[in-house]
Ligand binder design. Structure first.
Ligand code: 26V
Length: 809
C-alpha cells in the first residue's frame, strides 16, 4: 500500500501539472487535475505491475484467462485510487487545492465496452481475481466506439456514437511489439509431410494485425496488478502482407477502413442474436489473438512441452461469443505445434471452460455454415471434423440419443451452433445462478447433461463489494465499520455481524440517515438533469437495467399508471409519496423496447406536472444508464425492482448491488432473487407472481388467456384502454403496439397475469416502509446477507472447482 500523505500528493500534483500540462494549480482545469492524478497513480502502478508479472513467472503458477467480447469497466481513477490505498488522501489533497473530487473523477469517460450484466460481471471478476492474489487476466476488444450514448428527445430514445477514445485514455499502454497477425478468407492447401503428418498452407488470406493495449487491474491494497489486454485491429505492415510498398492494395483506404472496423464498435444488442459477418470477424479476431498470445506466453515462461498446457493454463469463455476458441486452439496445436487430432483434442478439452448467461432462444448464436467456411476456411474444416466425431460418438456410444442427433450436432441444418461447440469442446459448463443451472440441466441442455453430467456446474454471479459498496457508498461503509469494524472489507461475509444490530434503534437510525443523505444527493442530480423536483422523503423505487420485454419495465409502468388513476379518482388518499426511477437502454433495433421507453417518458411527463396529485407520485427516466449512473442511483434506492418473468433472468446482478446498499428487493422468484430470498427470508423481501415452473408449464401446455384478465379486471382494462385510445400520446396510435402485443400476442411475458400480485407486493412494501424501524431492520438484514454475493466468493468457487488455480503467496 502506498505510504504517500495528502501533502506528498499535493506536491506531486503540482509538479505533474507543470511538467506534463504546463499549468499551475491556480489555473488548472478539472481535466488537467484528472490527468495529473491519473499519471501519479500510474507511477505507483507500473513497478507493481512489473513485479506481479515477474512473480507469477518465478512461481510458475497456473494462469486463468477470461475471454470476453465485453468488459464494462466504467471509470477507473477512483477505483484505482481506492485499490492503491490513496483514495482518502487524494480526496483530501484535492479539497485542499480547491477542487471537488467528484468533478475531477467525472472528467473520465466511462469505458462502456459492454452491453450490461455480462460485461459488468467480467469487470467485477477481474477486480476479485486481483484482490484475491489470483493470476488471472482478461482478453477483450478495444472498441473505438463503446455502447451508444442515449439521449431522450421528446420521450424517444436517440442513439449517439460513444467515441470514448477522443481524448487520451491514461490507463492503457500500447504494446506494438507484441502484436499478432490474424488471417481471414483465402484458400487452404493440404500437404502430406514425409512423416505422414498433414501440413496446411494458406493462400491469399486477408491479414489483420491485432495490436494489444494493456490496462492494469489492481488488487485491493495488496500489490497485485493483473492485466486486461484489449486488442485493436490495424493493417499489417506491407512487407508482412506480402505486398509491395506502393501497391494499390496497401494504399486502398477502403481496405484499411474495413480492417479497422473489426475493432470499430461494440454491437449494441444484448440477448438478440443477429448473424452479421462483422460480428463473426470480431469474435475470431479476439479468439485468435488471445490464444496465440496464451500459447506464446506458455512456451516462453514455462519451457514445458505443449502437451502440458492444461497444467498451466485455463481459459474461461464468457458466453458463446468466444467459442471459436475451440477450433482455434485445435488449429494451433495441430497445424503449428504438429500434434495429432487426439492429443490436440485432449489438451483443448482440458483447457477450455464455458459459462452460459442466457436461456433465451433468441440470443443463441448460430452461424451459417458458408459464412464460416468462407471467412475462416481452416477453422471450418476443424469444426466439421469435431462435429463428425461427436455425432459418431453419440451414434455408437449413446444409442438412446440417436434420434436426438439433429438437436445435438454442432453443425445442423446448415448452421454452426456455438453453444453446442462450446459444450463439446469444454471440460466445464456453468450457469450463473442456481435456478439457471437447473434449467440448463433439465431443459435447455438436457441431452448434453445426459452425455456429460460431470461438466455441468453452477457458479452464482457476484459483484465486487469494493466498487459497489466501499467506493460508491462511503457513508454507509463508515457506519458499517463503526458498528462491526473493518474486517468486512477483506472478508465481506463478515457483514453478517450486522445482524446483531438489526434491532439496535440508534444504529438503525444512522443507517436511515445515510440513506436519506444519499437520496438527497440523487434528488439533486435528478433536479439538475431533468428539472424535476422529487421528494427525498418519498420511497425511491428503482428499476435500472437494459430494456427488455422479459425484464418487464412494462409491468412497472402499468403499476405507476394504476397508482396515478387511483390518485386522480381520490386525490386525498393517504399514501406514502413515491418516486419511480428508471434507467434503461434499448437495443436500437428493438421496436417494442423503444415504445416502452417512450411510454415511461410520456407517463412521466403527465404525472410529474399534474397538480391534482400533489406531488405524491413522480416518475423519473434518467437517460444514458451506464456504470457511472448506476453508481449514483444504487446508494439511494429503497426498493429494488427485479420483476422479470420467472425463468427468464439467468441471474441478475443489479439485484445484488442494491441489496448491498440496503434496498429491499421487490421481485419474482427468478435468477439470483431466489438465492437472496433463501438468505434473507420471506420477511425481508417482497416476492410475487408466477414461479418458473408455472411459467414453463404455461409455455408448454397453454392455459393462459390475457384477454380474460382484460375483461374481468377493471384496473387493467382502464390502463390498456388508455394506451389504445391515445390518452398517453399526442398521436392516437402511439402505444397501440404495446396494446396489441398484450392482447393479440397473448401477453408473452405474463404482465397481466402478474399484475394483481405485483400490486399486492407493492402495498405490503408501502406499509412496511411506513414503520421506520421495521423498514430499517429489513434494510440492514439485506446488507448483512449481501456479503454472500461478493464476486470474491464467486471467484473462489471458480478458482477451486473449475480453474484449479492457486493464490500467489
Ligand atoms: C448476447 C448477444 C447476442 C448476439 C449479439 C450480441 C450479444 C451481446 C451480448 C449477449 C449476452 C446476453 C446474455 C447476457 O447478458 N446475460 C446476462 O448475464 C448476466 C451475467 O451473468 C446475468 O446476470 C443476466 O441475468 C443475464 O441476462
Amino acid at each position: 500500500m502506498s505510504q504517500l500523505t495528502a501533502n506528498d500528493l499535493k506536491e506531486k500534483l503540482k509538479k505533474k501539472l507543470i511538467t506534463e500540462k504546463g499549468v499551475e494549480v491556480s489555473t488548472a482545469s478539472n481535466k488537467d487535475i484528472y490527468y495529473a492524478l491519473a499519471s501519479i497513480v500510474n507511477d505507483e502502478i507500473m513497478p507493481k505491475w512489473y513485479e506481479t508479472i515477474k512473480r507469477y513467472q518465478d512461481k510458475n503458477l497456473k494462469q486463468v484467462y477470461y475471454l470476453s467480447m465485453e468488459f464494462l469497466i466504467g471509470r477507473l481513477l477512483e477505483s484505482n485510487l481506492l485499490n492503491s490505498g490513496l483514495l482518502n488522501i487524494a480526496k483530501e489533497a484535492l479539497e485542499d487545492l480547491g477542487f471537488c473530487s467528484e468533478l475531477v473523477f467525472a472528467e473520465e469517460r466511462d469505458a462502456g465496452l459492454g452491453n450490461g450484466g455480462l460485461g459488468r460481471l467480467a469487470a467485477c471478476f477481474l477486480d476479485s481475481l486481483a484482490s484475491l492474489y489470483y493470476p488471472g487476466h482478461g482478453f477483450g476488444i478495444r472498441y473505438r466506439y463503446g455502447l451508444f450514448e442515449q439521449r431522450i428527445i421528446h420521450g424517444n430514445q436517440v442513439e449517439l456514437p460513444d467515441y470514448w477514445l477522443k481524448e487520451p485514455y491514461p490507463w492503457e499502454t500500447r504494446k506494438e511489439e507484441e502484436a499478432f497477425v490474424i488471417q481471414f478468407h483465402g484458400k487452404v492447401h493440404m500437404f502430406k509431410r514425409n512423416d505422414g503428418s498433414l501440413e496446411f498452407k494458406y493462400e491469399n488470406t486477408d491479414k489483420v494485425l491485432a495490436v494489444p493495449y494493456d490496462i492494469p487491474v489492481l488488487g485491493y491494497q495488496n500489490e497485485v496488478v493483473n492485466t486486461l489486454r484489449l486488442w485493436s485491429a490495424e493493417p499489417v505492415a506491407y512487407q508482412e502482407a506480402g505486398q509491395e510498398e506502393n501497391s494499390e492494395f496497401y494504399h486502398d483506404l477502403d481496405h484499411q477502413h474495413s480492417i479497422e472496423q473489426i475493432s470499430g464498435f461494440l454491437y449494441p444488442d444484448d440477448s438478440n442474436y443477429e448473424g452479421k459477418e462483422l460480428r463473426l470477424k470480431q469474435q475470431y479476431f479476439l479468439v485468435s489473438s488471445s490464444i496465440q498470445n496464451i500459447i506464446r506466453s506458455f512456451k516462453k515462461n514455462y519451457r514445458l512441452p505443449i502437451s502440458r498446457l492444461p497444467e498451466k493454463v485455463v481459459i474461461q469463455i464468457n458466453d458463446t461469443h468466444p467459442s471459436l476458441a475451440v477450433p482455434e486452439l485445435m488449429r494451433i496445436l495441430m497445424d503449428e505445434e504438429r500434434l495429432d487430432w487426439d492429443t490436440a483434442w485432449e489438451i483443448t478439452t482440458h483447457v477450455l471452460a464455458y459459462t452460459n448467461h442466457t436461456t433465451l432462444s433468441e440470443a443463441l448464436e448460430t452461424w451459417p455454415e458458408e459464412m464460416i467456411q468462407n471467412l475462416l476456411p481452416r477453422i471450418y474444416m476443424i469444426i466439421d471434423e469435431i462435429n463428425e466425431r461427436f455425432c459418431k460418438s453419440i451414434w455408437f456410444d449413446h444409442k438412446e440419443l440417436r434420434d436426438k442427433i439433429p438437436d445435438l450436432a454442432v453443425i445442423a441444418c446448415g448452421r454452426v451452433h456455438m453453444a453446442r461447440l462450446a459444450i463439446v469442446g469444454s471440460f466445464s459448463v456453468n450457469g450463473v445462478a442456481r435456478i439457471h443451472t437447473e434449467i440448463l440441466k433439465k431443459q435447455e441442455m438436457k441431452d448434453f447433461y445426459t452425455l456429460f453430467p460431470n461438466k455441468f456446474n453452477n457458479k452464482t454471479n457476484g459483484i465486487t463489494h469494493r466498487r459497489w459498496l466501499l467506493q460508491v457508498n462511503p457513508k454507509l461503509s463508515n457506519v458499517i465499520s463503526e458498528a462491526i469494524g473493518t474486517q468486512w472489507i477483506k472478508r465481506p461475509k463478515q457483514l453478517i455481524s450486522l445482524l446483531k444490530y438489526s434491532n439496535d434503534k440508534a444504529l438503525l437510525e444512522k443507517f436511515d440517515q445515510v440513506k436519506h443523505e444519499n437520496k438527497k444527493i440523487l434528488a439533486n442530480y435528478i433536479h439538475q438533469q431533468t428539472g424535476i423536483l422529487v421528494d427525498d422523503q418519498s420511497i425511491f423505487d428503482v428499476q435500472i437495467k437494459r430494456l427488455h420485454e422479459y425484464k418487464r419495465q412494462l409491468l412497472n409502468i402499468f403499476h405507476v399508471i394504476y397508482l396515478y388513476n387511483e390518485l386522480k379518482a381520490n386525490p386525498n388518499q393517504d399514501v406514502t409519496p413515491r418516486t419511480f426511477i428508471f434507467g434503461a437502454k434499448a437495443a436500437p433495433s428493438y421496436h417494442l423496447a423503444k415504445e416502452i421507453i417512450k411510454l415511461i417518458n410520456t407517463v412521466a411527463s403527465i404525472v410529474n406536472y399534474d397538480k391534482d396529485i400533489n406531488g405524491k407520485l413522480k416518475v423519473i427516466f434518467l437517460e444514458n444508464y451506464n456504470v457511472s449512473l448506476a453508481e449514483k442511483i444504487i446508494p439511494a434506492a429503497d426498493i429494488s425492482e427485479q420483476i422479470s418473468t420467472a425463468s427468464k433472468e439467468a441471474s441478475g446482478t443489479g439485484n445484488m448491488k442494491m441489496m448491498m446498499n440496503g434496498a429491499v428487493t421487490l421481485g419474482t422468484m427468478d435468477g439470483a432473487n431466489i438465492e437472496i430470498y433463501d438468505l434473507v427470508g420471506e420477511n425481508n423481501i417482497f416476492i410475487f407472481g408466477l414461479n418458473a415452473d408455472e411459467v414453463l408449464d404455461y409455455y408448454q401446455n397453454g392455459g393462459y388467456n390475457a384477454r380474460d384478465i382484460y375483461n374481468t379486471d377493471d384496473r387493467v382494462r382502464l390502463i390498456l384502454d388508455q394506451l389504445n385510445q391515445g390518452e398517453f400520446g399526442i398521436h392516437n396510435i402511439e402505444f397501440k403496439d404495446i396494446f396489441y402485443n398484450i392482447l393479440y400476442h397473448n401477453d408473452p411475458y405474463f404482465v397481466l397475469k402478474d399484475f394483481e400480485p405485483y400490486l399486492e407486493a407493492h402495498e405490503l412494501a408501502e406499509r412496511a416502509y411506513r414503520n421506520r424501524t421495521t423498514w430499517m431492520n429489513m434494510s440492514v438484514t439485506n446488507i448483512a446477507y449481501s456479503g454472500k454475493f461478493s464476486s470474491d466468493q464467486t471467484i473462489r468457487e471458480y478458482a477451486t472447482d473449475i480453474w484449479k488455480i492457486k493464490q500467489m503467496d
